[in-house]
Design a protein around this ligand. Structure first.
Ligand code: FAD
Ligand code: NAP
Length: 495
């Protein structure tokens, strides 16, 4: 993110798009754009960008782009889809840029695009003809079946994945639309159908972890015999990269909102009965709201309702609620709207995303967590997981950077946890301490890091996780590398 000029916030942009001003220069006309035409508009004062086949005149948006003009210019006069997906594929550009839409890219014939896509994705080393032979292969690994009794419909998904678990299965049943997604590393398998008949809201998900079999058991609304499971929807029975799947949202009800500090609140959202979803440790979700007529999406990292002090029972997850610890910024577009939600109001919550792997912790002896402000949020589940489930860990240390004492999130709970569990230590570092602060002060720096992070033994296996404002995280990673830590020993939480 770069500092934007005054009057160039997202809210200002939304206002401009609603002003009726002609932002494309085409007076509302939509045109077909050739590659040659697109390439001509490659200057700051005249900049067109193509995203997923649609061309936008982003010239008026330049000064409003949170990532800065230079970033936007990287896609000037060209197809910016990949760049967009790499940086913030969750941003709803269709809504944000709808007044900048110039038109569609002119159709360019391509040879057998579907086969080509499958080839590049799964069989880069084989010829196109062999793909026809091989492309059925994944059905050997991922397939589904269904059967019925008088009252039930059971859908069985066979994944052959040995460590299948509830976090890898996301099921939503909205009206008659059933969507069952299985996450397998970077890929996703989807069963998506418009059911033949109506079902009850609640359903059961059974997972046979060892054989990778997932059962979704729906309860029929009417006791009728189904001829078919339903009408397959567009993405039904596909196995593709997760990043190509697109985010799926469901409406969740705000059930409570409690103060954590003077500016941070713990929001508890209830998932619909017709959703099966558990957000894995280290992953985030996206919240979506319509603000002044524009869809705005922001990422948040679910936490636990509190820090568990007793790790004997790891089954804290009730499966029905998502807890988010969110700082409300006085001028924050999204958080102000969020803070105005009333108990009982609903908001759209996406399926989880993120590249943190629990296995990174499972082999570590020393775990250091560097958090700044709300960068504490991914550390909550991580702490719980590390202390409850990783037996080889000798030390877990949280170094928590804040401006003042009043900003420290869950200070009491952290101090209690440190008293209760001798493997855990917490150190607070304040950048704007009051005079009577006797703890550490300052900012993240190489000297502070080498002083605070001591291995439990020479050459112990270390994992360092870092999260906070982007410059904090980037600087921290650089300092840690300068101190000799390898890339494999670091994990930075980002979007
Ligand atoms: P914005 O309107 O974006 O502004 C926030 C504040 O920064 C305002 O005071 C604004 O004036 C200032 N500001 C914004 N942009 C600029 C700029 N370019 N230049 C100068 N000042 C600027 N937050 C949480 O509280 N809890 C979480 O669990 C959490 N998880 C996250 C997970 C991920 C993966 C990521 C990437 C972020 C996470 N965040 C979290 C941050 C969150 O997504 C939002 O960025 C945050 O809530 C602010 O949103 P907003 O629209 O209210 O603020
Ligand atoms: P904050 O209160 O502004 O800052 C917390 C601490 O970080 C302060 O001590 C602050 O020192 C320090 N800090 C801020 N910027 C710094 C920089 N450039 N270099 C060194 N230290 C810096 O933090 P916040 O408002 O809670 O913001 C938290 C951030 O974490 C947000 O940007 C949010 O997007 C991010 N976050 C990311 C994820 C994720 O990626 N997964 C999850 C949650 C939150 P100063 O007094 O010097 O500013």
């Amino acid at each position: 993110q770069v500092p934007l000029k005054p009057g160039r916030s997202l809210m200002d942009w939304i206002r401009l798009t609603k002003s009726g001003k002609d932002l494309t220069g085409l007076k509302g006309r939509l045109i077909e754009v050739t590659e040659d035409e697109l390439a001509k508009h490659n200057r700051k004062e005249d900049c067109w960008v193509c995203i997923r086949g649609l061309v936008y005149n982003v010239t008026p948006y330049m000064e409003y782009h949170p990532g800065g003009e230079e970033e936007l210019m990287k896609a000037a006069g060209a197809d910016g889809t990949d760049l967009f997906d790499q940086v913030h594929r969750w941003v709803n550009y269709e809504s944000m840029l709808k007044e900048c839409l110039v038109g569609r890219m002119a159709f360019k014939p391509m040879a057998a695009p579907k086969v080509k896509f499958i080839q590049v994705m799964f069989f880069p080393f084989f010829s196109v003809t062999s793909i026809y032979i091989f492309s059925f292969l994944y059905f050997l690994f991922y397939s589904y079946d269904w059967f019925q009794t008088d009252g039930l419909i059971t859908i069985v998904i066979y994944t052959k994945q040995k460590d299948m678990n509830a976090e890898l299965v996301i099921v939503d049943c909205q009206d008659k639309r059933l969507r069952g997604e299985i996450i397998l590393d970077d890929h996703s398998y989807l069963v998506e159908v418009e059911l033949d008949h109506a079902v009850q809201d609640d359903f059961t998900v059974n997972i046979a972890e060892k054989v990778g079999k997932v059962e979704i058991i729906l309860r029929k609304k009417d006791n009728v015999h189904w001829q078919v499971l339903g009408r397959p929807l567009e993405s039904h029975n596909t196995f593709i990269k997760r990043v190509d799947r697109g985010l799926f949202y469901r409406r969740c009800k705000l059930v409570s909102k409690t103060e954590v500090t003077h500016d941070t609140k713990l929001f508890c959202f209830m998932l619909p009965k017709s959703t099966h979803l558990q957000v894995p440790t280290g992953q985030h979700v996206y919240l979506k709201q319509i603000i002044a007529g524009t869809e705005v999406v922001k990422p948040y990292t679910p936490v636990l309702p509190s820090l568990p002090l007793d790790f004997k029972e790891p089954s804290w997850h009730d499966g029905a609620h998502v807890y988010l610890m969110i700082k409300i910024y006085p001028c924050g577009l999204f958080t102000q709207a969020l803070d105005h939600l009333q108990i009982g109001d609903c908001i759209s919550v996406s399926s989880p995303e993120g590249n943190f792997k629990k296995s990174q912790v499972q082999t570590s002896e020393d775990l250091f967590l560097l958090a700044a402000g709300t960068g504490f949020t991914p550390m909550v589940k991580l702490l719980n997981f590390a202390l409850a489930e990783v037996s080889c860990l000798r030390t877990v240390k949280l170094i928590f950077f804040n401006k003042t004492e009043d900003d420290i999130l869950w200070r009491n709970q952290l101090e209690q946890l440190a008293l209760k569990d001798e493997r855990f230590e917490v150190q607070f570092v304040l950048s704007e301490p009051a005079e009577d602060w006797v703890g550490k002060q300052g900012k993240i720096s190489p000297s502070l890091l080498s002083e605070c992070m001591k291995r439990s033994r020479k050459d112990s296996k270390v994992l360092i996780c870092i999260c906070g404002p982007t410059p904090f995280t980037e600087q921290g990673v650089q300092y840690l590398k300068d101190l000799g830590y390898s890339q494999e020993e670091l994990h930075a939480f980002t979007a």
